[in-house]
Design a protein around this ligand. Structure first.
Ligand code: FAD
Length: 468
């Protein structure tokens, strides 16, 4: 019997796709940068089914590609061209299994879309703090496998900080039930940490216990113009101190980003009264302080007195606040009509951000005069989207052909500042060979030893994350 037939016996017709048109959506990602082929796409409904399918693949030594919402954009969730890989999509395993209101935890299957998880938390009087632009499509299993961040990492931490327990199907098909909801457990290696950010190379996450938080009753944002990026960092320190650490988000927005959203996305106008080079979007949250607007004003007054604030708008209504957040979320899409854009999700120590931006801009201007730096994002975590945009009127493909050389420069600069070449999307296949340049031999050897210990046959997402 063929492997596909054996898998069919486990998951039934609803759980197996084999024709090219049926599989197509699972074989390419959002930007169409990676398109692959597969033996079949499996859509299991239970952990037991995942386990049985993985056992069959292990027997046949067939490579497996775990897949979530396919939004990570570095090729990690897409099979290669060989056509012999088995894609296991978790999308049908999307149930919230249990909410512990006293303990403030939620047990959820890996295929649950992040926005649905957030809604379940809200419906039960809680909040799940992972907020990212792809939340309508990405799955919690994918978020855990990439250790996703987002706009509230500053206050609540990455996905790693939200996970208390995991259920994982290992590369030999065994099920590890690590669905603990304990907040303290000092009984040896914390195995779940290896699967968090493991990009599906060590096993398939089938369920997780995550933390829930009280939903803050009050929130206030402000769009603030500053004289420099240094001033943005100084403002963060000021706002954290003056608010008693109630800053839940701070996003850097350059002038070009506002201009591109206004130009390329319908129904947006410039929120700032004047054109300033740098803005930040700052969010304060609290359940105790109702008048956050006054608090924001007091902080802004102090910022002006210290010459680190030039101007600010404080939206009154929730609708106006949402519109400013929407502007921030549209920055990625607003670059598309402008032609080629080379993406980076680097991280550097927060105090090194100005030096990173200055050095990278200067280095790239030398090789691509007139390129447009679109530098925005989570300045409070040191994590920036550094997206060089092609010069106006240049040939998009000619610009994109420079992707590797541009990234080499950008990544070298981040690395020289003791930064990271990826703080969001992960390594996948896009950056896997870069790891040999930026990780030490000791670290790479340990990573390979971990991989071999979990997956001696090398069938779990092979060719991803670890350098060739
Ligand atoms: C518009 C947009 C905005 C974004 N904003 C952010 C942001 O603010 N912060 C951020 O961190 N990222 C962001 N991302 C990137 C992306 O959404 C995240 O990396 C997300 O966590 C990926 O989840 P996914 O379900 O789509 O995973 P996929 O892309 O399907 O998979 C990602 C990796 O995890 C593996 N995997 C998936 N599910 C499982 C599983 N159940 N078990 C084991 N391995 C698995 C895959 O094999 C792959 O290697 C953004 C992406 C887009 C398109």
């Amino acid at each position: 019997m063929s492997l596909t037939q054996k898998i069919l016996d486990v998951v039934g017709t609803k759980g197996l796709l084999t024709s090219e048109p049926d599989m197509a959506a699972y074989l390419c990602e959002w930007r169409d940068k990676y398109v692959g082929k597969a033996l079949c796409v499996v859509l299991p409904k239970t952990t037991e089914e995942v386990s049985q399918v993985v056992k069959l693949c292990a027997e046949a030594k067939a490579p497996i590609v775990p897949q979530g919402g396919n939004t990570s954009l570095v090729g990690g969730s897409i099979p290669f061209d060989s056509g012999d890989e088995v894609v296991i999509s978790l999308r049908r395993m999307n149930t919230v299994r249990y909410i512990d209101k006293q303990g403030g935890t939620l047990t959820v299957e890996a295929g649950c879309i992040l926005a649905n998880l957030q809604q379940t938390a809200t419906d039960n009087g809680f909040m799940f703090p992972l907020r990212i632009g792809s939340e309508g499509s990405c799955q919690i299993g994918g978020n855990i496998s990439t250790n996703a961040g987002g706009v509230q990492v500053l206050h609540y931490g990455n996905t790693r900080e939200q996970v208390l327990g995991l259920e994982v199907v290992l590369p030999n098909g065994d099920i590890w039930d690590g669905l603990s909801s304990l907040r303290k457990d000092n009984t040896g290696y914390d195995l779940k940490q290896l699967f968090i950010g493991g990009e599906g190379t060590l096993g398939i996450i089938t369920a997780a216990v995550v933390k829930l938080y009280p939903k803050p009753k009050y929130q206030q944002i402000a769009m603030i113009a500053l004289p420099s990026v240094e001033a943005a960092i100084d403002f963060l320190g000021l706002a954290r101190t003056m608010s008693g650490d109630q800053v839940t988000a701070i996003e850097l927005i350059p002038r070009i980003a506002i201009d591109l959203v206004v130009k390329n996305v319908p129904n947006f106008s410039d929120p700032m009264p004047e054109k300033y080079d740098w803005q930040i979007l700052v969010e304060l949250s609290s359940s105790a302080t109702e008048d956050l607007k006054s608090l924001m004003e007091t902080i802004l007054e102090e910022g002006m007195a210290q010459d680190i604030v030039l101007d600010a708008i404080i939206p009154g209504s929730e609708a106006q606040q949402n519109k400013l957040w929407a502007l921030r979320e549209e920055i990625s899409g607003a670059q598309k009509p402008e032609g080629g854009s080379i993406k980076h999700d680097i991280c550097v120590p927060i105090g090194k951000i100005p030096e990173f931006i200055e050095t990278a801009d200067a280095a790239l201007q030398k090789i691509i005069p007139g390129f447009r730096p679109v530098t925005f994002g989570h300045i409070g975590d040191g994590n920036l989207h550094y997206n060089p945009l092609q010069p106006v009127g240049a040939d998009p493909q000619e610009f994109l052909d420079k992707w590797e050389s541009v990234s080499r420069i950008v990544h070298d600069i981040a690395n020289d500042l003791r930064g990271s070449i990826s703080a969001e999307h992960g390594i996948g296949r896009m950056k896997k060979n870069e790891l040999s340049r930026y990780k030490s031999d000791v670290e790479l050897r340990l990573m390979r030893q971990v991989k071999t210990a979990f997956d001696p046959q090398g069938i779990m997402n092979p060719g991803k994350m670890l350098p060739d």
